[in-house]
Design a binder for this molecule. Structure first.
Ligand code: PHE
Ligand code: FE
Length: 261
């Protein structure tokens, strides 16, 4: 691969307004997440917590992350091509968008920015099992591209990495980065009566469409990261074959075989 999309973070280029946005969002979420986010996320957040004063320097953060799980983060301009993204994950590099949202976008943003990517994704990368899952996902992504099966695998990412819930010893918790980086969805995912919360089911997830412009209508709940890792260990080739023969399930649908949590 000759263009891996990596750029310099340009840390000196952030304005005090940029750092202020990070601080505001960080403090708001750090206050909301204890008792709501998974214990593993909270632990990872402590590692990032020393950066509460402003946007982290990716090199310094990477040095700590590398010590913990051998991952690093790299700066990118924004969304990157699928093959480039998967190649980074497969090599234990997480691409983080370098720019941050404006003060008038605290609550909603269409695309991932530095706060979503860094605050949302990096804490879980400090967890050894989740770190391995993310690398395996990257390898699986490269394979899914060859098999023209990316749509199925993307749903898995969506319903676990981005919007996953976990039943911890202390009760239902969030770990998905799209939830933990959003104040509104943190509360909605756990406390609203509106969404469905269904037990994790790999094939069910890979069959389910998702919405990108709204809070989720359905969340899937894992019992542990080991469960997630083990379920995704087999070769997906036969799974993709089965999925091709099945119609998509709509985001809000609850089927007779679904197990509500
Ligand atoms: N085991 C999957 C495959 O063979 C790859 C994968 C791993 C997918 C982990 C998702 C998560 O395709
Ligand atoms: Fe994300």
């Amino acid at each position: 691969m000759n263009d891996n999309a990596v750029i310099d973070q340009g840390h000196d280029g952030y304005t005090s307004e940029d750092h202020g946005v990070w601080r505001t969002l960080f403090e708001r979420q750090a206050k909301l997440l204890p008792g709501r986010a998974a214990p593993e996320f909270i632990e990872g957040l402590d590692a990032l917590g020393v950066e509460a004063g402003g946007i982290p320097d990716f090199e310094r953060l990477s040095d700590r992350l590398e010590t913990a799980t051998n991952w690093r983060i790299v700066a990118v301009r924004g969304l990157i091509d699928d093959d480039v993204f998967f190649d980074h994950l497969a090599h234990r590099r997480f691409p983080v968008t370098n720019w941050i949202r404006k003060p008038e976008q605290l609550d909603y943003l269409q695309e991932p920015d530095c706060f979503h990517d860094c605050f949302g994704h990096v804490p879980m990368l400090f967890n050894p099992v989740f770190a391995d899952y993310m690398q395996a996902y990257g390898q699986g992504g490269l394979k899914a591209l060859e098999q023209d099966a990316l749509g199925y695998l993307a749903r898995l990412y969506w319903y676990t990495v981005e919007f996953g819930l976990i039943m911890s010893d202390e009760g239902l918790r969030i770990y998905g980065s799209g939830i933990v980086s959003s104040k509104g969805e943190t509360l909605y995912a756990l406390e609203s009566d509106t969404p469905n919360r269904l037990a994790f089911d790999l094939m069910r997830i890979m069959q389910t469409d998702y919405i990108i412009d709204h809070y989720q209508q359905t969340y899937f709940v894992i019992g542990s990261y080991d469960q997630l890792f083990e379920a995704t260990r087999p070769d997906f080739t036969p799974y993709y074959e089965m999925l091709r023969a099945r119609p998509a399930i709509e985001p809000h649908e609850v089927l007779p075989g679904d197990q509500r949590v």
